[in-house]
Design a protein around this ligand. Structure first.
Ligand SMILES: [Fe+2]
Length: 340
């Protein structure tokens, strides 16, 4: 088995070659991935088996967009894989992505989840659910995001920092639905209901519910599955119900993981082949199974674990519309001093 450090070393070598003026070998796709290797390697293996192209991956939790920007025209990146509309928008704004208008991709992934010119394309969705303490929230089933600002929940809600991309995405969707003023009133109401100063990650909010610090928490849906699979976190998950809010109106807020074609892809044809593969039924099912997310391709099967969470309605608001309000959402979060 090739270790990641060897792959990274290979990529550095490749970058050096490009610097010397040679081209990447045809049939190789260089992926910069913010997604962990265990999530994406099975996809690359299936792609290689099907097409013969090899995939070189550079994985990092930070800095890949900046790196591609610095590399500029000499960047070996063909495809970027990442999560959250915040990161995908950042990549486009950094100028490191290219437009993709591909009939096969457009047919597979609904327009709601694609940048209008194809600078980013969603692959899977991640749902911002409400985690409700079992037995302590009688009206849990009919909760809405709006209701989280109701004074009856004062001192009963836990969330992570308002500055985190997951929270910014939700606030941006609220700005779309209620305007700046309406969303700000809501966000201030939610802040007033917090049981504690925002801290920790999504899982630690569920832990706080389990510990009795709060009755309601916001978090991405896949953490429920991950917590159930971890012996020391299982009790946290078992203490809550997963609530898909706003089911009687517009539907739940969904964010995405996605991909972009690199602006200076050395092998654009192979990159597009990989992108088409990633929206295929087969790849969508492999990917969604590995990461606990919902495949965006219409008709792709959900993993058995996801099926247990049941069906739900998703807000049809486009991810581009959410992206457009991210800047305002960041300012608003500061204005209401959400984290103080
Ligand atoms: Fe996450």
């Amino acid at each position: 088995m090739v270790r990641l450090s060897q792959l990274t070393a290979a990529m550095l070598g490749l970058a050096a070659c490009l610097g010397a003026g040679t081209n990447a070998q045809a049939g190789e796709v260089n992926v910069y991935s913010y997604r962990q290797p265990f999530l994406v390697q099975p996809l690359f293996d299936a792609f290689t088996a099907e097409t013969g192209h090899t995939v070189n991956m550079v994985f990092a939790q930070k800095g890949l967009i900046e790196r591609a920007q610095q590399e500029g025209r000499l960047s070996p990146m063909d495809v970027l894989l990442t999560v959250d509309i915040g990161r995908l928008s950042q990549a486009k704004e950094a100028g490191i992505t290219a437009a993709v208008n591909d009939p096969m991709i457009n047919a597979a992934i609904p327009a709601q989840y694609r940048e209008p010119d194809g600078h980013w394309i969603g692959l899977t969705s991640r749902i911002r659910v409400i985690y409700a303490a079992k037995g302590r929230v009688p009206d849990a089933k009919t909760l809405t995001y709006e209701a989280l600002a109701d004074p009856k929940y004062k001192g009963r809600i836990c969330t992570r920092s308002g500055k985190h991309v997951y929270q910014i995405g939700l606030v941006a969707s609220m700005i779309n639905h209620h305007g700046v003023e309406g969303a700000e009133t809501w966000l201030a109401g939610l802040r007033d209901n917090l049981a504690r100063k925002p801290s920790g990650n999504d899982r630690s909010q569920v832990k706080a519910v389990w510990q009795g610090q709060c009755d309601l928490a916001l978090g991405n849906h896949y953490y429920y599955l991950k917590m159930l699979a971890e012996p020391e976190q299982r009790a946290w998950a078992e203490g809550v119900e997963v609530i898909f809010p706003n089911q009687n109106d517009r539907g739940v807020h969904a964010n995405i993981s996605g991909m972009s074609l690199a602006a200076h892809a050395p092998d654009k044809a192979a990159a597009l082949e990989l992108m088409r593969f990633l929206v295929s039924q087969k790849a969508q099912e492999i990917y969604a199974n590995a990461n606990g997310e919902y495949p965006l391709r219409v008709g792709a099967a959900w993993s058995p674990a996801l099926t247990t969470l049941g069906q739900f309605k998703i807000d049809p608001l486009s991810l581009q519309a959410i992206s457009d309000q991210r800047g305002e959402a960041v300012l608003m979060t500061d204005r209401v001093r959400y984290d103080h």
